[in-house]
Design a protein around this ligand. Structure first.
Ligand SMILES: C[S@@+](CC[C@H](N)C(=O)[O-])C[C@H]1O[C@@H](n2cnc3c(N)ncnc32)[C@H](O)[C@@H]1O
Length: 279
């Protein structure tokens, strides 16, 4: 299935092709240690019942299933059938019995029992009204339940000495996302949503990717993968032409540039934000 089936926000630009689900899995390997740390510090522990929102290929739900163990339970949700099918397959391949996936918008769904925690990664920036989403999700929590998100921020990306192609590729991602009505700026969208939803003051954490040429490859490949996923939108919004992007060679050109110029690249920031509701 191509990108016809979309999440509830019609501006969602990443799509749900098999290629995009594979990109989410590759990205998940990079993000896993950070998400694990945020979930653990927020208080996700054995025996909890957890709702994962915007599960995609299922990686956060599988991580949560590991943390809550056999005595706990995880329900993953996604608006899109292909994502739910891929996530269900991933759980089956691991013979996990404490996680299942359901299709739908989690703010509008009903569940048979309240949750101890709602978790999500790379989810809130894609919502048309993230404050309404947070209010809707808080309804699913038992008293004292946790709302825990790991969200991206592109405000700090840069290179030193400058790597012009790297800087341009990051701008393609940032500008195309903005022109599609979304924002990669945590302080523009996600944090204000917590205030608007009148949730208790959240705890915040941040980790930013930074590397010299010897260690930059995983992140540069992730940049190439993102650009490839949003290439139709890049062209539609006239941010760059397909010839300029030359996606087939982009990753190698990024690495060659950073290596030849001996640059340090600063990448995306991974932000943890969580709060306890209704204590
Ligand atoms: C960028 S992906 C992240 C997937 C996963 N959380 C991860 O980190 O690997 C965002 C996912 O959220 C889903 N999504 C976005 N808005 C949604 C909504 N309102 N209801 C249900 N799913 C939604 C999309 O379909 C997509 O699969």
């Amino acid at each position: 299935m191509a990108d016809v089936e979309r999440a509830s926000d019609p501006t969602y630009i990443l799509g749900h092709s098999e290629r995009e689900l594979a990109r989410l899995r590759t990205q998940a390997a990079l993000l896993e240690p950070v998400t694990r740390r945020y979930l653990q510090e927020a208080g996700i522990t054995a025996g909890m019942r957890v709702l994962d929102v915007g599960s995609g290929a299922g990686d956060v739900a599988l991580l949560a299933a590991d943390l809550v163990g056999p005595a706990g339970e995880v329900v993953g949700t996604d608006a899109v059938a292909t994502a739910v099918a891929a996530a269900t397959r991933a759980a089956e391949e691991r013979s996990l019995e404490n996680v299942r996936f359901q299709q739908g918008n989690p703010a509008e769904m009903t569940f048979d029992a309240p949750f101890d925690a709602v978790v999500g990664r790379y989810f809130l920036p894609f919502q048309a009204d993230p404050a309404a989403m947070l209010r809707g999700l808080a309804r699913h929590l038992a008293p004292g339940g946790l709302l825990v998100f790991h969200e991206p921020d592109f405000s700090c990306v840069r290179s030193l000495p400058p790597a012009p192609l790297y800087d341009r590729a990051c701008r393609w991602i940032i500008d195309t996302t903005r022109l599609s009505g979304q924002s990669w700026s945590f302080l523009d969208k996600v944090y204000p949503a917590f205030l608007q939803a009148e949730l208790p003051a959240p705890t915040l954490r941040m980790q930013t990717f930074v590397a010299n040429p010897s260690h930059a490859r995983p992140w540069l490949w992730a940049v190439g993968d993102m650009v490839e996923s949003i290439l139709p939108a890049i062209e539609r919004h006239r941010v760059a032409t397909a010839a300029e992007v030359d996606v087939a060679t982009l990753r190698e050109r990024l690495l060659a540039e950073v290596t030849q110029r001996d640059c340090v690249v600063v990448g995306r920031s991974e932000i943890g934000i969580w709060t306890t509701v209704g204590q």
